[in-house]
Each structure stands twice: as structure tokens, then as C-alpha cells.
Design a protein around this ligand. Structure first.
Ligand SMILES: *[C@@H]1O[C@H](CO)[C@@H](O)[C@H](O)[C@H]1NC(C)=O
Ligand SMILES: *[C@@H]1O[C@H](CO)[C@@H](O)[C@H](O)[C@H]1NC(C)=O
Ligand SMILES: *[C@@H]1O[C@H](CO)[C@@H](O)[C@H](O)[C@H]1NC(C)=O
Ligand SMILES: *[C@@H]1O[C@H](CO)[C@@H](O)[C@H](O)[C@H]1NC(C)=O
Ligand SMILES: *[C@@H]1O[C@H](CO)[C@@H](O)[C@H](O)[C@H]1NC(C)=O
Ligand SMILES: *[C@@H]1O[C@H](CO)[C@@H](O)[C@H](O)[C@H]1NC(C)=O
Ligand SMILES: *[C@@H]1O[C@H](CO)[C@@H](O)[C@H](O)[C@H]1NC(C)=O
Length: 830
């Protein structure tokens, strides 16, 4: 698989102008589209040359073996050059000239130093100009890209005091952006940049390594050869950066640390060799500072991490995301951090200054939002015990853009607002005063209260918010008598562009029961019986009435609990909005009279259970690909789709295989619909015996970690091609093998992973992966949900980006529960 992939990618990497020797005087490169030549490092890891941005070019250095271009340095981020521009080496400089011969940028030795004799793109990613007098290379560099960084540093790069890195403006615009990393005065500081001009506002992160004592203060910032970033003090001792840990170094990965456009300083890794799964891997963050950039800002000046009037929230991936308040729209849709502006002008001029509230209400309305905060911009603070008095006070005051009320205090704020963030204080209500005649583009922000007008729409918003709290709030069980600790998210974040989550997705088709009856030939061919109903095969005739049709699977749901009936469409739409190659696609639904049916794509290769437990087991590498696909599908459900979904019933019977034997998770999103108080008496727990996490039996919160547990059990089944519980083994005297998780742990502890796969050569020869995956599975089935990794971490470990830690000892992985876990607080899975 891996070598096949290599063959596929090779043509992109081999460049006809591949150059490993020194770059001699008068060599040059020209910016053109198509046959761009490059100067590559001897290993080919890095290249120097032109990177095309739309129709302009950036003179840059990038990782040359990674398919998606990752620029680590650029000469002219502020002024990309047109086609035909040229970079040329002379004994006095390396100069970039545009087609008219004007000098755009140059690198030259310090005045008085010896002339350049050649240049070199080194394997470290450093591009150097070298003098002929140098005896030792390091001493003789006349100029180095490592000493003139843009937004990225690389392993083996050291920064001296007085260096500044600037973030890009956006992901694709390389101009100097809104944030800077400054290493000066003994510490590494992250600062917002005040534009125009190059001054800084107060820092939002500091490494804390400044000292007035010269031997104790930071002297050099080091990114060492084994991917550690730290500061070396005057005395030569190492000083770690605040809230920055040493990372697990992997020789088979590339590393870089970048001040991202969103203000985070992040260390990333990327595997050097792409294998597992056959997909292009990407850069994964190893760690970043500050921990929560939304809260790190508290500045009198500047708009904050999301710009003026913007609201910052931390996504699950610890990246910030920005949105706008109701009545406001993004100032620049192409630039998420550009802030928001009111949809229509605010302010005075309508004769409402200190006028009566009724006049003001003709022009303005108040739109309320809970769960956000703007900590600054106050100009009045009133003690009031009535929210409506606070509201009226803002309404009649033309300077007031927003009022914040917390039950006893009313803060009035003027625009523009800064440092907006999601804030979990349930007491705080933010009231935005917006013009009634404003263009009402949806801000994607669910509103809190009953202002008049647009009620029905808000009703939908609230309903959706309610359901998202339920699903995303870490639980799917309703009224099951468990003590569920809800992690309430008060605000549902909708992707940029707004409104996306609010309407019916439109791609789902609504079927009549009669149509489905015909399609399934009267529900004749049963494909399977699941936890939620019976699945039938059907064929949909395409519109023209031709003979060929599309095969579908029609799921007739068991009768819904009455209180779930009205949620059917909402839930179905949530399912309809999921799009991932490892999920079964929902095509449509039927919601007619008492009939509730779901129409899915038909999966020709049946269930994973059918394949796994058949007489001839699927090949090892097929199984590996399937396992990875399922893991990725779960990451999507848990973290990436619009409304996070906990599956609650992961098992091989719910994994389908398509024509290409790609794993597709089915039956997700249904757990919530089909549960009610009534079912409680019949089925105490959701899920299937052998796969259910121990917390189902306890009075603790049900989180996405229940899926992690089930996945762990299933991963072992995929590795071993046997069921998790095989009671026959007990009878045949092999009781130690009856419970797969226990047996796997014994095999792991005894260093005999090979026993798990019998004599299967492909698996034993792939010993590294076998051991790693069994360990991952054993981590997943840890009794304490907090100790289990997230699915995201599982994927990272399976793909080899992240080392699998040693398992706690003795075993705490028994499915039967009981003995306490010996795992301490040292395993943190974020
Ligand atoms: C580059 O030039 C230097 C000095 O002439 C020489 O020592 C070195 O071997 C050359 N390197 C390559 C790869 O040609
Ligand atoms: C860093 O430098 C060391 C010693 O010169 C070298 O062995 C190592 O390959 C370098 N690492 C990188 C990533 O360039
Ligand atoms: C280096 O270059 C200078 C100027 O071209 C020349 O005078 C000198 O002899 C050269 N030195 C060596 C060691 O080649
Ligand atoms: C990047 O942003 C700057 C500042 O807004 C703008 O002037 C420039 O045209 C942009 N460059 C590109 C390539 O979009
Ligand atoms: C260096 O930083 C310290 C602490 O942040 C500050 O007290 C001191 O004034 C700074 N010195 C200079 C020269 O900026
Ligand atoms: C990098 O730093 C870490 C921590 O100080 C150290 O253990 C490791 O040996 C260093 N690696 C190199 C190549 O210097
Ligand atoms: C949100 O509120 C809950 C309960 O009050 C609290 O446990 C949690 O830490 C809060 N989260 C944040 C991000 O403040």
C-alpha cells in the first residue's frame, strides 16, 4: 500500500531541476507558471524557489516532499511578484527583481564582510549564503534564512534576542497579519499588532523567562534537533516556556512551529512517509500556546482575537473560531478575524437621544443572547433589579450599542465592542440594540429571549438549540434515570456564512409511504434487523421511469416514543447534514401518518460482522484500512460535524462495507430518537452486550467515550477476527480466551501479540502495527472514561503521529468492571 502510494506521488516530487550541489554565482530562478525550477536541498526535504499565489509569486522555502505546499519562509510576503520575476545570486547579494528589472528584495552580507562564493539550500531548511573564506560552515554564513524568519521556525533553528515573527494575515494571504511573536528582553511574547504601523499592543502570552539577572534571563530561543522548543538562559541552563511541554519526538516525522494567522503559536508534526490508510496525511498540531486565546485577551486597545464586535469561541480542536452577534455580519467573509459590523448604521440622528422609549422602539429592537460576554467597553454601570429597565435604558440612549445584565447590574457599552467571547455564565444576558430596518442576514446566532417579530424563526432556533444541547451536551439518553451531568453549551456555533444550520438541508428527499412500498416490493427482502428497526432492500426508479434504478436500504423504524415524534424531522436533518466517506449517507425519509422510515444508500458488501466472523477472514491490510476508516468516521461524528453525535451502539453489525470495501458507519443519530421512559423498563442500557462501556451501569455521565470503549472492543475483534465474548471457549477449556479484552491484555503483558492473530503472517510480519493497535484498543477499553483517549487521539495514534503510551499496570481493562484502576492523573488525553 505504502509503496503503491509512493509510486503515485513520485511524479510530483521528482523535479527535472533537482539540484543537490552548491548554487554557484550567477545562478538564477525565474517565476513562471508550469515549469518552475527550484533549488532543492541534498535530501530533497526542502526547496527554495517561487510559490505561486493566484497570479503572483512568493520567493520561498517549503517542505518539498509534502504534497500540500507548506511554506516555511518567504522573502517578499508583503509584495508578491509577477510572472517573469527573477532571483539571482551574485558575489555581492541574492537579489529578487521584477520583470522590469526593479529590485524587490535582496539578501546581502553585512558591510565589510567577504564576498559570497556560493549559496546552499541545506537539509535543515536553512538557505545560506557562504563566503569563500569560511573554514567551518556555521561560522562562515554571510546570510541565513534561519536568522530572518517569517512566521515559522524549524528544528535546529535558534533565535537570538531581538527577533520577531509575524503571522500571516489569513490562511492564504502571506502579508504580515495581526499577531507577532517577539523574542526580546529575555522572553518569548505573543502580541497583537496595531495596524497600520508595526507597533504592538499588550502581549497575550509570555514564556515568563525574563529576569533582571543576566545569567537567569532568556538568551536564545532553541528549537532543537529532537523537536523540543525551549529558552536557554544566560547561564546556559534550559528554561522551559510557560505551559509548553516537551514533546515525544519521532524520527519519522517532520516538525515545524508556526505563529498561525489566528494568533496561536503551534508546533506541528507530519509523518515523513505516508502509509496507513493510503490518504495524504496533514500537519497535526502537537501543542500550542496560549491555551485559550479567547480568554487570553483583555486589552483596552484593539478588537481582540476575533476583531471588533466579533465573538471568539474555542472549538474542540483547541483552535479559536469567530462569529458575529445577531444583527451583525462579518466585515470580510474571506477573513474570519476581520470582525463584524452592524447590518445597518447605529447611533444617533433619529431624535431619540434621551427621548422616550416608544420613539426608540420604532427604530431599534433588542436582540438577546446568552452565553457570551464582552468584558470591556463599559461607560455606565447601573444597579437594577429589573432586566427590562436595563433594556429600556440602552434603548433610549443613542450611545448604547449593547447592554449586559446579570440580575443585579446593568452595564451599558458603546461600539465597537472588543474581546467578545463565549462565556459560560448563565446569569449574564447580552442585549444587542440593532436597527429594525437593518438587513436581516442571519448571524447564525441563536437568540435568547422574546423580542417581538420573527417569533416563529426564533422558535426554530430554540428548538434546534435545545436538541443540540442534548446531543452535543454529551448525552443521548433521556429520562433513563441516570444522573447525567450535562455539559451545556449555550450557544450553537454555526459555520461562517451563517444560517447554514438552521434550515432543512434541502438535499434530503421526502418519500411517501406508497413510494417506498413499491420500491421495496412490499417490504419483501429483509437485509437485517437492527436495534432500531428492520432494514429492507429497495430499488428507486430514477425519474424517467427507465428500467434501471438505484439500490437503497429502507429502514422501518420501530415506533417512536410520542415525545420524540415531533423531533423526528430535526434529528433526521441532523443526520442528513453529516457528510463523511466513512458514514452511510442518508438519502431521504418518510414521515407520513404513523410511518417513520429512513432511506440510505445500499451497501453491497454487507456488515463488518458478516465479513469478520465468516469462515475466511478478510486480509490484514483490508482490516487495517477498515479500522482506520471507522475511527475517522467517529472523529467526524464526535468533533467535526455540525451537531456532534454520540453513536451509542458501535459494533461490527453497525458497520457496513461499500463496493470498495470502505467502512461506513450506520445507525448514527438514532439513539436519541428511539429512547423514552417507556423503553427504560425494557432495555435498561442502550448498546449491545460485550460492547457497552462500564459507565452505562453506573450513575455517571455518558459521553463520547462510550463510543471509544465500543470502538476499542471492536478494534480487537477486527485485529483478531473473533467475537468479543465467546462462551464456547469456556466450555472447551480455554476460558482465559473467552473475554477478548482480558485475553488481549494478557497477551500484551506477556509480549505475545502473535497469539492474538493465530498464524496470520501478514499481521505478525506487521508486528509494529499489531502491537500498537492492540495497545490502542486496550487504552480505549479502560474502565475510567477519562483515561480513554478521544477518537481523535486514537486516529493520531493509529496513523502513527502520536506515540502510544505504555498501558497502566496491572490491568484495569476488564469489561466486568470491579477492580479499581491504578491509573494516576498522569495520562491526560485532552
Ligand atoms: C560546496 O562548496 C564548498 C566550497 O567550495 C565545498 O567544500 C563543498 O563540498 C561543496 N558542496 C557540494 C555539495 O558541492
Ligand atoms: C539537526 O542537526 C543535527 C546535527 O547536525 C542533524 O543530525 C539532524 O539531522 C538535524 N535535524 C534536522 C531536522 O534538520
Ligand atoms: C575569496 O574571494 C576574494 C574576492 O573574490 C579573493 O580575493 C580571495 O582570494 C578568495 N579567497 C579564497 C580562499 O578563495
Ligand atoms: C493580502 O491582504 C492585503 C491586505 O489586505 C492585500 O493588500 C493583498 O492584496 C492580499 N494579498 C492577496 C494575495 O490576496
Ligand atoms: C523587560 O521585561 C520586564 C518584565 O516584563 C520589564 O519589567 C522590563 O522593563 C523590560 N525591559 C525592557 C528593556 O523592555
Ligand atoms: C533537545 O532538548 C531535549 C530537552 O532539553 C534534550 O533531552 C534532547 O537531548 C535535545 N536534543 C538535541 C538533539 O539536542
Ligand atoms: C461552565 O459551567 C460549568 C458549570 O457551571 C463549569 O463546570 C464549567 O467549568 C464552565 N466552563 C467554562 C469554560 O467556564
Amino acid at each position: 500500500m505504502a509503496s503503491f502510494l509512493h509510486l503515485l506521488l513520485l511524479p510530483f516530487f521528482i523535479n527535472p531541476h533537482f539540484c543537490t550541489a552548491n548554487i554557484t554565482l550567477s545562478s538564477s530562478l525565474t517565476a513562471d507558471d508550469g515549469t518552475n525550477s527550484i533549488w532543492a536541498s541534498p535530501s530533497g526535504d526542502f526547496a527554495f524557489g517561487f510559490t505561486q499565489l493566484n497570479n503572483l509569486f512568493l520567493l520561498s522555502i517549503w517542505f518539498n516532499k509534502i504534497p500540500s505546499r507548506t511554506v516555511v519562509w518567504s522573502a517578499n510576503p508583503q509584495n508578491p511578484v509577477p510572472k517573469g520575476s527573477k532571483v539571482q545570486l551574485s558575489s555581492s547579494s541574492l537579489g529578487l527583481t521584477d520583470p522590469d528589472g526593479r529590485l524587490v528584495w535582496e539578501a546581502k552580507p553585512a558591510v565589510g564582510s567577504s564576498p559570497i562564493s556560493y549559496a546552499s539550500m541545506l537539509d535543515s531548511g536553512n538557505f545560506v549564503l557562504v563566503s569563500n573564506t569560511s573554514t567551518s560552515p556555521d561560522a562562515g554564513y554571510l546570510w541565513e534564512s534561519f536568522r530572518n524568519p517569517t512566521d515559522t521556525i524549524l528544528p535546529n533553528q535558534t533565535l537570538n534576542l531581538g527577533t520577531t515573527l509575524y503571522a500571516k494575515l489569513t490562511e492564504t494571504n502571506f502579508s504580515k497579519g495581526r499577531f507577532a511573536l517577539r523574542f526580546s528582553n529575555g522572553s518569548l511574547d505573543l502580541l497583537p499588532v496595531a495596524r497600520p504601523g508595526d507597533s504592538f499592543y499588550d502581549r497575550y502570552y509570555t514564556s515568563g523567562t525574563y529576569s533582571s539577572n543576566p545569567s537567569e534571563t532568556g538568551n536564545r530561543l532553541v528549537f532543537n534537533g529532537t523537536a523540543q522548543i525551549y529558552i536557554v538562559k544566560g547561564s546556559g541552563d534550559v528554561a522551559p516556556l510557560r505551559s509548553w511541554d516537551f514533546v515525544t519526538y519521532r524520527q519519522d516525522s517532520y516538525y515545524r512551529a508556526t505563529l498561525d494567522y489566528n494568533g496561536l503559536f503551534t508546533e506541528y508534526s507530519h509523518p515523513r512517509n505516508f502509509n496507513a490508510g493510503g490518504e495524504n496525511p496533514s500537519w497535526l498540531p502537537v501543542q500550542s500556546v496560549p491555551d485559550n486565546i479567547c480568554l487570553a485577551f483583555f486589552h483596552e486597545y484593539g478588537g481582540g482575537p476575533c476583531g471588533f464586535n466579533g465573538i471568539c469561541s474555542m472549538g474542540d480542536s483547541s483552535r479559536p473560531s469567530c462569529s458575529c452577534p445577531p444583527g451583525y455580519a462579518s466585515a470580510d467573509p474571506a477573513d474570519a478575524l476581520a470582525g463584524c459590523r452592524p447590518n445597518s448604521p447605529q447611533g444617533c440622528g433619529f431624535g431619540v437621544l434621551d427621548n422616550n422609549v416608544e420613539d426608540a422602539r420604532k427604530v431599534y429592537e433588542i436582540r438577546k443572547v446568552d452565553g457570551v460576554d464582552f468584558p470591556l467597553n463599559d461607560y455606565e454601570k447601573l444597579q437594577l433589579d429589573d432586566e427590562s429597565v436595563c433594556e429600556d435604558s440602552c434603548m433610549r440612549d443613542c450611545a448604547c450599542g449593547v447592554a449586559v445584565y446579570d440580575g443585579i447590574r446593568c452595564w451599558k457599552k458603546r461600539l465597537p465592542l472588543s474581546n467578545g467571547r463565549v462565556w459560560n455564565n448563565t446569569l449574564v444576558r447580552v442585549m444587542f440594540k440593532v436597527r429594525k430596518d437593518g438587513v436581516t442576514t442571519s448571524s447564525g446566532f441563536p437568540e435568547a429571549g422574546g423580542s417581538d417579530g420573527g417569533r416563529s424563526k426564533k422558535g426554530v432556533l430554540r428548538a434546534l438549540l435545545g436538541s443540540s444541547v442534548a446531543i452535543n451536551g454529551v448525552m443521548l439518553l433521556f429520562g433513563l434515570g441516570f444522573l447525567l451531568r450535562l455539559r451545556k453549551r449555550r450557544v450553537e456555533w454555526v459555520r461562517e456564512g451563517g444560517g447554514g444550520g438552521m434550515e432543512m438541508s434541502g438535499t434530503l428527499r421526502s418519500f411517501s409511504y406508497k413510494e417506498l412500498e413499491e420500491a421495496t416490493d412490499g417490504f419483501r427482502e429483509e437485509l437485517g434487523r437492527g436495534s432500531f428497526g428492520i432494514v429492507y432492500k429497495g430499488v428507486l426508479r430514477s425519474g424517467g421511469g427507465g428500467s434501471s434504478g438505484v439500490a437503497v436500504a429502507v429502514k422501518k423504524l420501530d415506533k417512536l416514543a410520542p415525545e420524540r415524534e415531533r423531533e423526528f424531522k430535526t434529528e433526521v436533518n441532523a443526520i442528513g447534514r453529516t457528510h463523511h466517506k466513512n458514514l452511510v449517507t442518508l438519502l431521504g425519509y418518510c414521515d407520513q401518518a404513523s410511518h417513520r422510515l429512513l432511506i440510505y444508500e445500499y451497501m453491497s458488501n454487507g456488515t463488518l460482522a458478516g465479513q469478520l466472523f465468516a469462515l475466511s477472514k478478510p486480509e490484514w491490510h483490508h482490516r487495517a484500512r477498515i479500522a482506520l476508516g471507522i475511527a475517522r468516521g467517529l472523529v467526524y461524528l464526535h468533533e467535526e460535524c455540525q451537531v456532534p453525535i454520540i453513536h451509542c451502539d458501535i459494533k461490527p453489525h453497525n458497520i457496513l462495507l461499500d463496493d470498495g470495501m470502505t467502512a461506513r458507519i450506520s445507525d448514527f443519530g438514532l439513539a436519541k430518537l428511539l429512547l423514552s421512559d417507556h423503553t427504560r423498563t425494557k432495555t435498561v442500557i442502550r448498546g449491545t452486550r460485550g460492547y457497552v462501556a462500564p459507565e452505562w451501569f453506573k450513575n455517571v455521565a455518558i459521553t463520547a467515550k462510550v463510543d471509544v470503549y465500543s470502538f476499542g472492543v471492536m478494534l480487537l475483534e477486527i485485529v483478531c477476527c473473533r467475537k468479543s465474548v465467546e462462551m464456547e471457549m469456556e466450555e472447551s477449556g480455554e476460558e482465559e480466551k473467552a473475554i477478548l479484552t482480558d485475553w488481549a491484555y494478557d497477551c500484551y503483558a506477556g509480549g505475545r501479540m502473535d497469539l492474538l492473530v493465530g498464524k496470520e503472517e501478514a499481521a505478525t510480519e506487521d508486528g509494529g502495527r499489531l502491537k500498537k493497535w492492540v495497545m490502542i484498543a486496550l487504552w480505549c477499553v479502560q474502565e475510567d472514561p477519562l483515561v480513554r483517549p478521544t477518537m481523535k487521539r486514537v486516529v493520531e495514534m493509529m496513523e502513527g503521529y502520536v506515540e502510544v503510551p505504555l498501558l497502566p499496570f496491572p490491568s484495569s481493562c476488564s469489561t466486568l468492571g470491579g477492580h479499581g484502576s491504578s491509573v494516576g492523573g498522569d495520562s491526560s488525553w485532552g
